[in-house]
Write a protein that binds this ligand. Structure first.
Ligand code: 1Q0
Length: 202
Protein backbone atom coordinates (compact mmCIF):
# COMPACT_ATOMS: atom_id res chain seq x y z
CA UNK A 1 0.00 0.00 0.00
CA UNK A 2 2.83 2.38 0.91
CA UNK A 3 4.61 1.42 -2.32
CA UNK A 4 1.52 2.10 -4.44
CA UNK A 5 0.76 5.50 -2.88
CA UNK A 6 4.44 6.40 -2.89
CA UNK A 7 4.82 5.67 -6.60
CA UNK A 8 1.55 7.38 -7.43
CA UNK A 9 2.91 10.94 -7.29
CA UNK A 10 5.04 12.56 -9.97
CA UNK A 11 5.91 16.24 -9.49
CA UNK A 12 2.48 17.86 -9.12
CA UNK A 13 0.42 15.03 -10.48
CA UNK A 14 -0.94 11.61 -9.47
CA UNK A 15 -0.81 8.42 -11.55
CA UNK A 16 -4.35 7.11 -11.30
CA UNK A 17 -3.50 3.41 -11.70
CA UNK A 18 -1.08 3.48 -8.74
CA UNK A 19 -3.50 5.56 -6.67
CA UNK A 20 -6.25 2.98 -7.18
CA UNK A 21 -3.80 0.19 -6.34
CA UNK A 22 -3.11 1.97 -3.03
CA UNK A 23 -6.84 2.03 -2.33
CA UNK A 24 -7.23 -1.67 -3.17
CA UNK A 25 -4.54 -2.44 -0.59
CA UNK A 26 -6.37 -0.29 1.97
CA UNK A 27 -9.55 -2.22 1.29
CA UNK A 28 -7.66 -5.43 2.14
CA UNK A 29 -6.79 -3.91 5.55
CA UNK A 30 -10.38 -2.95 6.06
CA UNK A 31 -11.58 -6.46 5.20
CA UNK A 32 -9.07 -7.89 7.69
CA UNK A 33 -10.70 -5.80 10.44
CA UNK A 34 -13.93 -7.79 10.33
CA UNK A 35 -17.33 -8.04 8.66
CA UNK A 36 -18.67 -4.89 10.34
CA UNK A 37 -16.53 -2.95 7.88
CA UNK A 38 -17.83 -4.76 4.80
CA UNK A 39 -20.29 -1.95 4.07
CA UNK A 40 -17.56 0.68 4.16
CA UNK A 41 -15.19 -1.51 2.18
CA UNK A 42 -17.85 -2.14 -0.51
CA UNK A 43 -18.60 1.57 -0.76
CA UNK A 44 -14.88 2.23 -1.22
CA UNK A 45 -14.60 -0.55 -3.81
CA UNK A 46 -17.53 0.93 -5.77
CA UNK A 47 -15.68 4.23 -6.04
CA UNK A 48 -12.41 2.50 -7.02
CA UNK A 49 -14.27 0.46 -9.68
CA UNK A 50 -15.89 3.55 -11.22
CA UNK A 51 -12.45 5.11 -11.69
CA UNK A 52 -10.91 1.85 -12.90
CA UNK A 53 -13.77 1.61 -15.41
CA UNK A 54 -12.82 5.00 -16.86
CA UNK A 55 -9.17 4.03 -16.89
CA UNK A 56 -9.92 0.83 -18.82
CA UNK A 57 -12.50 2.50 -21.06
CA UNK A 58 -12.31 4.01 -24.52
CA UNK A 59 -10.94 7.30 -23.13
CA UNK A 60 -8.51 5.49 -20.85
CA UNK A 61 -5.53 7.51 -22.04
CA UNK A 62 -7.18 10.67 -20.70
CA UNK A 63 -7.49 9.04 -17.28
CA UNK A 64 -3.80 8.17 -16.86
CA UNK A 65 -3.19 10.92 -14.32
CA UNK A 66 -5.19 13.27 -12.12
CA UNK A 67 -4.37 16.28 -14.30
CA UNK A 68 -5.28 14.57 -17.57
CA UNK A 69 -8.56 13.34 -16.05
CA UNK A 70 -9.52 16.81 -14.81
CA UNK A 71 -8.62 18.39 -18.15
CA UNK A 72 -10.54 15.78 -20.14
CA UNK A 73 -13.67 15.86 -17.98
CA UNK A 74 -13.80 19.66 -17.84
CA UNK A 75 -13.30 20.01 -21.59
CA UNK A 76 -15.98 17.43 -22.30
CA UNK A 77 -18.39 18.84 -19.69
CA UNK A 78 -18.54 15.53 -17.86
CA UNK A 79 -18.25 17.23 -14.46
CA UNK A 80 -21.54 18.39 -13.01
CA UNK A 81 -21.06 21.37 -10.67
CA UNK A 82 -24.71 21.80 -9.68
CA UNK A 83 -26.39 18.49 -8.99
CA UNK A 84 -25.62 14.81 -8.94
CA UNK A 85 -26.98 13.32 -12.19
CA UNK A 86 -28.75 10.09 -11.10
CA UNK A 87 -28.95 8.47 -14.56
CA UNK A 88 -25.28 8.60 -15.42
CA UNK A 89 -22.11 7.02 -14.11
CA UNK A 90 -20.67 9.68 -11.77
CA UNK A 91 -17.74 11.61 -13.18
CA UNK A 92 -14.20 10.58 -12.35
CA UNK A 93 -13.59 13.95 -10.67
CA UNK A 94 -16.62 13.62 -8.40
CA UNK A 95 -15.73 10.02 -7.54
CA UNK A 96 -12.09 10.74 -6.78
CA UNK A 97 -13.15 13.66 -4.56
CA UNK A 98 -14.96 11.15 -2.28
CA UNK A 99 -11.79 9.06 -1.96
CA UNK A 100 -9.72 12.20 -1.49
CA UNK A 101 -11.87 13.31 1.46
CA UNK A 102 -11.58 9.83 2.99
CA UNK A 103 -7.80 10.02 2.64
CA UNK A 104 -7.75 12.99 5.03
CA UNK A 105 -9.57 10.88 7.61
CA UNK A 106 -7.06 8.08 7.11
CA UNK A 107 -4.12 10.44 7.47
CA UNK A 108 -5.39 11.79 10.80
CA UNK A 109 -6.37 8.33 12.08
CA UNK A 110 -3.07 6.64 11.19
CA UNK A 111 -1.14 9.55 12.66
CA UNK A 112 -3.04 9.14 15.92
CA UNK A 113 -2.38 5.37 15.91
CA UNK A 114 1.30 5.97 15.24
CA UNK A 115 1.69 8.58 17.97
CA UNK A 116 -0.37 6.69 20.55
CA UNK A 117 2.72 5.19 22.27
CA UNK A 118 0.82 1.92 22.43
CA UNK A 119 -1.98 3.27 24.62
CA UNK A 120 -5.47 4.49 23.99
CA UNK A 121 -8.72 3.30 22.43
CA UNK A 122 -8.67 2.76 18.67
CA UNK A 123 -12.41 3.48 18.39
CA UNK A 124 -11.93 6.85 20.09
CA UNK A 125 -9.00 7.75 17.83
CA UNK A 126 -10.97 6.69 14.77
CA UNK A 127 -14.10 8.61 15.79
CA UNK A 128 -12.08 11.70 16.66
CA UNK A 129 -10.33 11.64 13.26
CA UNK A 130 -13.70 11.13 11.58
CA UNK A 131 -15.37 14.08 13.35
CA UNK A 132 -12.50 16.36 12.36
CA UNK A 133 -12.57 15.34 8.67
CA UNK A 134 -14.94 13.11 6.73
CA UNK A 135 -18.00 13.58 8.96
CA UNK A 136 -18.42 17.13 7.58
CA UNK A 137 -19.26 15.59 4.19
CA UNK A 138 -21.64 12.87 5.41
CA UNK A 139 -25.38 12.88 6.09
CA UNK A 140 -26.76 12.28 9.58
CA UNK A 141 -27.65 8.70 8.65
CA UNK A 142 -24.17 7.80 7.37
CA UNK A 143 -22.61 9.39 10.47
CA UNK A 144 -24.69 7.10 12.71
CA UNK A 145 -23.63 4.01 10.72
CA UNK A 146 -19.98 5.08 10.93
CA UNK A 147 -20.21 5.61 14.72
CA UNK A 148 -21.49 2.06 15.22
CA UNK A 149 -18.74 0.60 12.99
CA UNK A 150 -16.03 2.42 14.97
CA UNK A 151 -17.09 0.60 18.16
CA UNK A 152 -16.16 -2.69 16.47
CA UNK A 153 -12.56 -1.67 15.83
CA UNK A 154 -10.11 -4.10 17.45
CA UNK A 155 -7.76 -2.88 20.18
CA UNK A 156 -4.37 -1.38 19.32
CA UNK A 157 -2.36 -4.62 19.64
CA UNK A 158 -4.69 -6.39 17.21
CA UNK A 159 -4.53 -3.49 14.77
CA UNK A 160 -0.76 -3.87 14.76
CA UNK A 161 -1.09 -7.47 13.57
CA UNK A 162 -3.16 -6.15 10.65
CA UNK A 163 -0.11 -4.20 9.54
CA UNK A 164 2.08 -7.24 10.36
CA UNK A 165 4.02 -5.79 13.31
CA UNK A 166 4.03 -6.58 17.02
CA UNK A 167 5.82 -3.80 18.86
CA UNK A 168 4.70 -0.22 19.05
CA UNK A 169 8.01 1.12 17.73
CA UNK A 170 7.71 -0.96 14.55
CA UNK A 171 4.08 0.07 14.13
CA UNK A 172 5.00 3.71 14.59
CA UNK A 173 7.53 3.52 11.74
CA UNK A 174 5.09 1.78 9.38
CA UNK A 175 2.22 4.10 10.25
CA UNK A 176 4.16 7.35 10.03
CA UNK A 177 5.76 6.30 6.72
CA UNK A 178 2.26 5.65 5.40
CA UNK A 179 1.07 9.02 6.67
CA UNK A 180 3.96 10.67 4.87
CA UNK A 181 2.94 9.18 1.50
CA UNK A 182 -0.74 9.97 2.10
CA UNK A 183 0.05 13.62 2.92
CA UNK A 184 1.94 14.03 -0.36
CA UNK A 185 -0.85 12.47 -2.41
CA UNK A 186 -3.49 14.45 -0.50
CA UNK A 187 -1.74 17.80 -0.96
CA UNK A 188 -1.28 17.37 -4.71
CA UNK A 189 -4.95 16.41 -5.16
CA UNK A 190 -6.14 19.24 -2.91
CA UNK A 191 -4.15 21.74 -4.96
CA UNK A 192 -5.59 20.49 -8.27
CA UNK A 193 -9.18 20.50 -6.94
CA UNK A 194 -8.75 23.96 -5.39
CA UNK A 195 -7.37 25.41 -8.60
CA UNK A 196 -10.35 24.06 -10.54
CA UNK A 197 -12.98 25.01 -7.95
CA UNK A 198 -13.99 21.37 -7.54
CA UNK A 199 -13.85 20.83 -3.76
CA UNK A 200 -17.65 20.79 -3.40
CA UNK A 201 -18.75 18.68 -6.36
CA UNK A 202 -22.22 17.26 -5.61
C1 1Q0 B 1 -11.04 1.04 9.61
C2 1Q0 B 1 -12.26 1.75 9.94
C3 1Q0 B 1 -12.95 2.26 8.78
C4 1Q0 B 1 -13.57 3.56 9.13
C5 1Q0 B 1 -13.92 4.32 7.91
C6 1Q0 B 1 -14.24 5.75 8.20
C7 1Q0 B 1 -15.25 6.25 7.30
C8 1Q0 B 1 -16.58 5.77 7.72
C9 1Q0 B 1 -17.72 6.22 6.95
C10 1Q0 B 1 -17.93 5.49 5.70
C11 1Q0 B 1 -19.36 5.31 5.37
C12 1Q0 B 1 -19.51 4.91 3.95
C13 1Q0 B 1 -20.94 4.93 3.55
C14 1Q0 B 1 -21.22 5.69 2.33
C15 1Q0 B 1 -20.80 6.96 2.25
C16 1Q0 B 1 -21.07 7.75 1.01
O1 1Q0 B 1 -22.26 8.48 1.15
C17 1Q0 B 1 -19.89 8.68 0.81
C18 1Q0 B 1 -20.12 9.71 -0.27
O2 1Q0 B 1 -20.35 9.11 -1.49
P1 1Q0 B 1 -21.62 9.60 -2.32
O3 1Q0 B 1 -21.52 8.87 -3.63
O4 1Q0 B 1 -22.85 9.22 -1.53
O5 1Q0 B 1 -21.51 11.08 -2.47
N1 1Q0 B 1 -18.73 7.89 0.49
C19 1Q0 B 1 -17.56 8.15 1.06
O6 1Q0 B 1 -17.38 9.09 1.81
C20 1Q0 B 1 -16.40 7.22 0.76
C21 1Q0 B 1 -15.99 6.66 2.08
C22 1Q0 B 1 -14.81 5.83 1.95
C23 1Q0 B 1 -14.34 5.35 3.29
C24 1Q0 B 1 -12.93 4.88 3.16
C25 1Q0 B 1 -12.38 4.32 4.37
C26 1Q0 B 1 -10.97 3.95 4.14
C27 1Q0 B 1 -10.53 3.01 5.15
C28 1Q0 B 1 -9.37 2.44 5.16
C29 1Q0 B 1 -9.07 1.45 6.19
C30 1Q0 B 1 -7.71 1.42 6.55
C31 1Q0 B 1 -7.46 0.61 7.74
C32 1Q0 B 1 -6.09 0.78 8.17
C33 1Q0 B 1 -5.74 -0.11 9.24
C34 1Q0 B 1 -4.45 0.23 9.82
C35 1Q0 B 1 -4.16 -0.62 10.98
C36 1Q0 B 1 -3.01 -0.22 11.79
Amino acid sequence: MIKAFHSSFIENDIILGEYLEGWRELIKFMDALGTVFTFISQETMTKVNILQGYLNGENGKSYRTLLTMVKFELENEVVNFKEFPPNRVPSGCRTLLRLHRALKWLEVFLYKLGMSEGHGQTSEMCADAYHKTLAHHHSWFIRQVAEVAFLALPPLKEMYTVVCVQKHEEAKTVLLTTVDSIVKVYNITQEVYTMNGMLDLP
